[in-house]
Write a protein that binds this ligand. Structure first.
Ligand code: ADP
Length: 645
């Protein structure tokens, strides 16, 4: 076994690899960009090397610098994670030329799977089913059109060098073929500098089912399938293992095909063979076709780990260091069912736009595996993938695991950025998904229902109002708050474009009534607030931002009291307290000249400090409250001299 390895990656996958490696007693070296100097993967590592700027080209893609870092830190092997350099055969060659071990397949195996047409021809020769179509070198448009007729419509035109759906065109009618071919070729030329295409029968109601394989360079085993059909624009959203509706015959056929694929290229390490499956008529052993092979660890590998009990990273290190495959095919079996949901910082209502932000609070639920590379206080920056975590649940049956996932999503607390938590929760509750009726079009068909935001419950607003007033802990109005008779406060909360004026009235020692628009919510204290009898949600406050978690995370903002403080009364002469609180600092005295915007005093209220500024230039006429004094809302604090006419 290696003594030290370098992990050429960041975020959750770097942390994931380190967890297993360190548990095996292997020292881990992290590499990082400037902006990642304080990142979780750097903190976890036994040593760290800085690579350069934030852009991947200046850091995580600098193969030479990474190899040099491995040499100077005494690492014997490099784990690439996924993305970045993980499927770059030139990097593999360079790693090996430097006398280091690449934890993954050979450069040759990666190259063989690099181009879609060559990979498919290779697989066809190895007896792996491929989608009926045309894979030839003759790219003459007339010839391609003849081949298209032979394949039949609807069909797909794909760039042989394609990736990420680029250079791909669906053609439904023969009369559209010539035009679609021109567009696909133009796109492929721009994106990949290679305009060769292939033609494939279009599978209607397709499912994406992939098989995890593991090879030692000669022989391979498979660790069963994952269903990744729940996709949005070809991006996986929730993955599961095993695949719903899978039969023993089809599993055996797919597993055998995947092992043939891996052995055909002398595969070493963890890999994934992706198949497209015709889901229109149940799963049939003759209804699956090879799509591509990913020659690395996949994002969704944890669901396979959950159902097999295998630690795939541990296997990667063992096999890379020369050990045999730890288990034979007969020794591998499936226990229960697992789901993984990808939690992203993204603005779902704005069309799933990647979001950024500093995580003022981040907490994962008990009872679920959370693979993450960020902690409270970390920033989701625009430089990298906005993934916050992967949540993985494993239960004895699909129904139980899905309920666990739903619960884990509702109990995940993220404040400081918008996330797709609500969307993931809606998916977990989707009836068709619950019945296992998955295909790659499910999300698109039901996108409106899945992204619809329910009305904000009055109880949620009421809870935020108590938090805003600093009353979320045990009721304290029988002591300190008695100062502010009568026991009633108002507070205005903003949520998106909506404003929620709230009035909180004390009814008894452990009871309050909260008026939210036309609705009245009763709050009672029982070791925590209950709202109309229901327990409150977990929530978090950061300055003037209050986040209430649950099925739907709701973020409220307190209007900035400065807006009102500078909007002074009495023709701009009087500075008043915008809310009840304590005058913790006084910066001026009578006779002092001040300029517009100068800080005159600081009021502590609602657990925050608020600066009170002068609304105009002038001279302080009198100070009406002593430092340290308690004041009521609207109390006059400082008066400026009349402006000369
Ligand atoms: P890329 O490499 O550009 O991502 P893929 O060949 O992996 O392209 O295909 C991307 C997605 O397009 C697949 O996950 C699947 O949802 C869909 N797809 C691919 N081939 C077919 C096909 N023959 N019929 C129907 N859908 C397909």
């Amino acid at each position: 076994m290696f003594d030290t390895i370098l992990i050429a990656n960041r975020g959750e996958i770097a942390c994931r690899v380190m967890r297993s490696a360190q548990a095996m007693g292997v020292r881990c070296v992290a590499v990082h960009s400037d902006v990642d100097a304080g990142a979780m993967h750097v903190q976890m590592a036994d040593a760290a090397v800085s690579l350069g700027g934030a852009a991947p080209a200046e850091s995580y893609l600098r193969g030479d610098a990474i190899i040099a870092a491995a040499k100077t830190t005494g690492a014997q092997a490099i784990h690439p994670g996924y993305g970045f350099l993980s499927e770059n055969p030139d990097f593999v060659d360079a790693v090996e030329a430097a006398g280091l071990v690449f934890i993954g397949p050979s450069a040759d195996a990666i190259r063989k799977m690099g181009l879609k047409d060559a990979a498919k021809r290779l697989m066809q020769d190895a007896g792996v089913p491929i989608v009926p179509g045309y894979l030839g070198d003759d790219q003459d448009p007339g010839h391609l059109e003849v081949e298209a007729h032979r394949v039949g419509y609807p069909l797909l035109i794909k760039a042989v060098a394609g990736g990420g759906g680029k250079g791909m065109r669906l053609v439904e009618r023969p009369e559209d073929f010539v035009n679609a071919l021109e567009r696909a070729k133009a796109e492929a030329r721009t994106a990949f500098g290679n305009d060769a295409v292939l033609i494939e029968k279009f599978i209607e109601q397709p499912r994406h089912i992939e098989v995890q394989v593991f090879g030692d360079g000669q022989t391979a085993v498979h660790l069963f399938e994952r269903d990744c059909s729940l996709q949005r624009r070809h991006q996986k959203v929730i993955e599961e293992a095993p695949a719903p509706g899978m039969t023993p015959e089809m599993r055996a056929a797919m597993g055998a095909a995947a092992v043939r694929a891996a052995e055909a290229i002398g595969y070493k390490g963890a890999g994934t063979v992706e198949f497209i499956v015709d889901g229109s008529d149940g799963l049939r052993p003759e209804g699956f076709w090879f799509m591509e092979m990913n020659t690395r660890l996949q994002v969704e590998h944890p669901v396979t780990e959950a159902i097999t009990g295998v630690d795939l990273v541990e296997w990667q290190l063992l096999v890379a260091s020369g050990a045999p495959l730890p288990l034979t095919q007969d020794q591998l079996s499936i226990t229960g069912h697992a789901f993984e949901a990808r939690l992203y910082a993204e603005d779902v209502p704005a069309g799933f736009l990647p979001a950024t932000g500093t995580l003022s609070h981040l907490q994962f639920p008990q009872g679920a595996r959370a693979d993450s590379g960020v902690r409270t206080g970390d920033t989701i920056s625009p430089h990298y993938d906005p993934m916050i975590a992967k949540l993985i649940c494993h239960g004895p049956s699909r129904a139980v695991a899905l309920r666990q996932l739903e619960r884990a999503l509702a109990e995940t607390q993220v404040a400081g950025t918008v996330t797709n938590l609500g969307f993931l929760g809606a998916l977990a509750r989707h009836e068709g998904f619950g019945r296992g009726e998955v295909d790659t079009g499910l999300i698109a068909r039901d996108i409106n229902a899945l992204t619809a935001l329910g009305p904000v419950p009055a109880a949620t607003v009421a809870q935020a109002a108590l938090v805003a007033l600093g009353l979320d802990d045990a009721p304290g109005w029988d002591s300190g708050f008695a100062l502010w008779q009568p026991l009633s406060w108002t507070v205005e909360l903003r949520e998106g474009d909506e404003t929620w004026p709230c009035r909180v009235t004390v009814i008894g020692p452990e009871e309050a009534r909260i008026q939210v628009n036309d609705t009245e919510v009763t709050a009672t204290w029982q070791d925590g607030w209950r709202f109309d009898g229901m327990p409150g949600q977990a929530c978090h406050r950061a300055g003037g931002t209050i986040t209430v978690f649950g099925h739907q995370t709701v973020t409220f903002h307190l209007p900035d009291p400065l807006d009102r403080a500078t909007g002074t009364t009495d023709g701009g002469n009087l500075i008043e307290a915008p809310m009840p609180g304590k005058l913790v600092a006084l910066h001026v005295k009578a006779g002092q000249a001040v300029s517009a915007g100068d800080r005159l005093a600081v009021l502590e209220a609602m657990k925050m400090e608020h600066s009170l500024a002068a609304g105009r230039d002038g001279v302080v006429a009198e100070v009406l409250v002593a430092e340290g004094g308690q004041v009521e809302a609207g109390a006059a604090l400082i008066r400026l001299e009349e402006e000369p006419a």
